[in-house]
Design a protein around this ligand. Structure first.
Ligand SMILES: O=C(O)COP(=O)(O)O
Ligand SMILES: [Mg+2]
Length: 224
């Protein structure tokens, strides 16, 4: 068994960039939003670097990039309107170009057989999660699922990690956070659990290795 799983009773998985490559559908919805607002499209490479802090922050980054709202950026109402557009466009096609990374299903099956509790802690809005999990064949693996709007705080705040660990009565030293970006590493550090990072995800254009996660893998298949 891989070292990362030693003494682990509970795994908290991140979703975007960790289990699924969702950037193409996110980027399409962002560009449809931009078009509806008569702004230039931003493209997938930028969107990839902006994912990880929830949809509101993603939309805000796109609007700031467009520079259409002056130096202070969009106000709350402009941001709300843009976010509503993005959510509608994303809801129309959340999985048309999204896929699971290789080795993910095998990893989830292997940990289920080992009796390790598996849960999902994503910053993605909750309303999209069930559809995505079902389309990717990922439903049924997770005993608890938290979205970015499930609690008042989201990653990098440790609250969602603590909430699930508390619900399952697992101490932080027996928990492993598996993620792709600095929000995941910082949340794990703040909670006091170990952190495994995958290199194939989105980390604001920086290699995730720079954050010194406890374990670094190119593929979750290595945990099988
Ligand atoms: O920012 C997002 O919506 C994606 O979030 P995740 O990487 O926490 O799944
Ligand atoms: Mg992620």
């Amino acid at each position: 068994m891989h070292d990362a799983l030693n003494d682990i009773d509970l795994i908290l998985y991140d979703l975007d960039g960790t289990l699924i490559d969702s950037a193409p559908d996110l980027a399409r919805a962002i560009d449809e939003m931009m078009q509806a607002m008569e702004l230039s499209p931003v493209g997938i490479e930028r969107v990839r670097d902006w994912v990880g802090n929830g949809s509101r922050r993603l939309v805000e980054r796109a609007l700031l990039h467009a520079g259409a709202f002056g130096e202070s950026g969009p106000d709350c109402q402009q941001l709300d309107e843009a976010l509503a557009l993005f959510m509608d466009f994303y809801a129309q096609h959340p999985v048309s170009q999204t896929h699971c990374y290789p080795g993910v299903i095998e990893c989830l099956k292997a940990q289920r057989e080992r009796g390790i509790a598996q849960t999902l802690v994503t910053n993605k809005p909750s309303r999209f999660i069930d559809t995505i999990l079902e389309s990717m064949g990922l439903e049924g693996f997770f005993s608890h699922v938290l979205g970015g709007d499930s609690l008042a705080q989201k990653k990098p705040d440790p609250a969602p990690l603590a909430y699930i660990a508390h619900a399952l009565n697992v101490p932080p030293e027996r928990v492993l956070m598996v993620g792709d970006s600095r929000s995941d590493v910082q949340a794990a550090r703040a909670f006091g659990c170990r952190c495994l990072a995958v290199t194939h995800g989105y980390n604001h254009g920086e290699p995730i290795a720079a954050l010194n996660p406890d374990h670094l893998l190119d593929s979750l298949g290595e945990l099988v």
